[in-house]
Design a protein. Structure first.
Ligand SMILES: [Ca+2]
Length: 490
């Protein structure tokens, strides 16, 4: 039954604005294509000191409630469409938990998610079955006030994570408000809860003037997003060319937006261009303050360049979302709030990030595993690649959109594990163990675990009151696990 549903969606789940006159649109018999889709911002524009959500909703698509029969599949791309476009597995995310950071309470979030997942034949994700959890920014259940706008953001996030990683668990962290201080506390809480994937579909207000969305104090906020071993994902903005925060942080995967259409003339079956329309456009550009991460090698910006990767965000080729509080049921959404959770889900389907690594560096190590977007622009700028797509890296779409999971995994690696004991065999906690430049600390049982690229390492263990212990030429292969026990002598 699920397979049948998925197949049906693949055929029928066509956004209502699929380019008119294309062969694909003509044969797929969905709703009429308006030449100028009407779009609204889902949240109010952020005031000073606040983040705004980056969701947009079509107002020319009539809302309808409840699970729809086969013959009236909701408009907008559904899970099977997105999995097909981005070559994602239909069963991704098993064993992973993805956190969403949003403001205010999504009162009907769980119930709305249930409708979305039932509609598309995805496994149920409920509080009862342990898949879905909603917490406040302190980790408790003292939820904030509801907000009609952010409720739409939350539904968009939940639905896109479900599409990109159908088997992942979801942790919704609700900040008391969209003020910076509350949102940063919610980010901290998401990480404290153990999430290895955090989706941040919000940003500061900005325009195309350099620094408009930034503040030098953001360098202090970066610590909240600087989480080695966690895929921290942020939307690049909906106001066209220009830089928003936290996408500007060098510690996040900044996700740009595209227009995604079926294209029978390509081997992929889809084509993508930069999202830029009268409704808005994806953000991109050169940060005024943030240092350039080592893995970024574009030459027209000495500081951090936005974006890193991208996915669909154009409301005109938007995604299907179900929202009842503040919404009228099925709707078509866009904004980089759609693309960011698609990428967060893609990371989750790709597997647990390597401990100590920065997952935003992974795509740069394997750019050929992405769909390079080469057409479109989101403004005017110098040098032009910061706002204009072309072959290879460009600002609006970064390295490209997912083509399978390979670009969202770390490169080859192996493990070195073992235990540190004293001469009587007693476990030693808090001992620093190094393999080359990689470092770990032993736990209460004296165990350590290091994940390193394949190679030959000199190892050393340091503990106060003991002699330094060294081992030379420890060979670690790709996928290998080397056990090295370390007895220390006082
Ligand atoms: Ca490109």
């Amino acid at each position: 039954m699920a397979a049948l549903t998925a197949a049906a969606v693949a055929i029928l789940g066509l956004p209502v604005t699929q380019a008119s006159g294309s062969a694909a649109a003509a044969t797929q018999g969905t709703a009429e294509t308006p030449s100028h889709p009407r779009v609204e911002q889902v949240c109010s524009s952020p005031r000073k000191g606040e983040f705004g959500c980056l969701a947009m909703r079509r107002t020319d698509v009539k809302g309808i409630k409840g699970v729809q029969p086969f013959t009236s599949t909701p408009n907008g791309w559904g899970p099977a469409d997105l999995q097909n476009a981005y070559n994602l597995p239909a069963n991704g995310g098993t064993g992973q938990t993805i956190a969403i950071v949003a403001a205010y309470d999504g009162q009907t979030a769980e119930a709305d998610l249930a409708v979305y997942r039932q509609q598309y034949g995805l496994p149920p994700c409920t509080a009862d079955n342990g898949c879905f959890r909603k917490i406040d920014q302190r980790g408790g259940t003292d939820y904030p006030e509801p907000d009609a706008g952010w409720a739409g953001e939350i539904s968009l996030d939940l639905d896109m994570l479900s599409a990109a990683a159908p088997h992942a668990h979801i942790l919704l962290v609700e900040a008391d408000s969209s003020r910076f201080v509350d949102m940063l506390a919610a980010v901290d809480q998401a990480v404290a809860q153990g999430a290895k994937f955090v989706s941040n579909s919000y940003g500061s207000g900005y325009d195309s003037s350099p620094g408009s969305g930034e503040d030098p104090v953001e360098l202090d906020w970066d610590g909240h997003y600087n989480r080695p071993g966690v895929a921290m994902v942020a939307a690049s903005g909906d106001s066209g060319y220009g830089v928003t925060y936290p996408a500007a942080s060098p510690y996040v995967t900044a996700v740009g937006g595209t227009a995604l259409t079926r294209d029978a003339g390509t081997s992929r079956g889809w084509s993508e261009t930069v999202w830029h329309s009268s409704a808005g456009g994806t953000g991109s550009g050169c940060s005024l303050y943030e240092p350039k991460p080592a893995f970024q090698t574009d030459t027209g910006c000495d500081k951090r360049t936005v974006a890193d990767v991208s996915a669909v965000a154009d409301p005109a080729t938007g995604v299907s979302v179900y929202q009842t509080y503040g919404g009228s049921g099925w709707s078509v959404f866009g904004g980089t709030s759609a693309s960011a959770p698609i990428i967060a889900g893609t990371y989750a389907s790709a597997g647990t990030p390597v401990e100590g690594s920065y997952p935003n560096s992974y795509p740069y190590a394997n750019p050929s595993a992405l769909n390079d977007v080469t057409q479109g622009f989101n403004g005017s700028c110098t040098p032009s690649y910061l706002c204009t797509a072309g072959a290879g890296y460009d600002g609006p779409t970064g390295l490209g959109t997912p083509n399978g999971l390979a670009a969202f995994r770390s490169g080859p690696h192996g493990e070195v594990v073992g235990a540190v004991t004293d001469s009587s065999g007693k476990a030693l906690a808090g001992v620093t163990v190094m393999a080359g430049d990689y470092r770990a600390t032993t736990d209460a049982q004296g165990h350590y675990s290091l994940t390193v690229p394949p190679g030959t390492y000199d190892m050393a263990a340091y503990a106060y009151g003991y002699e330094v212990r060294k081992a030379h030429g420890v060979v670690v292969g790709d996928g290998g696990k080397v056990t090295t026990e370390v007895p220390l002598v006082a």
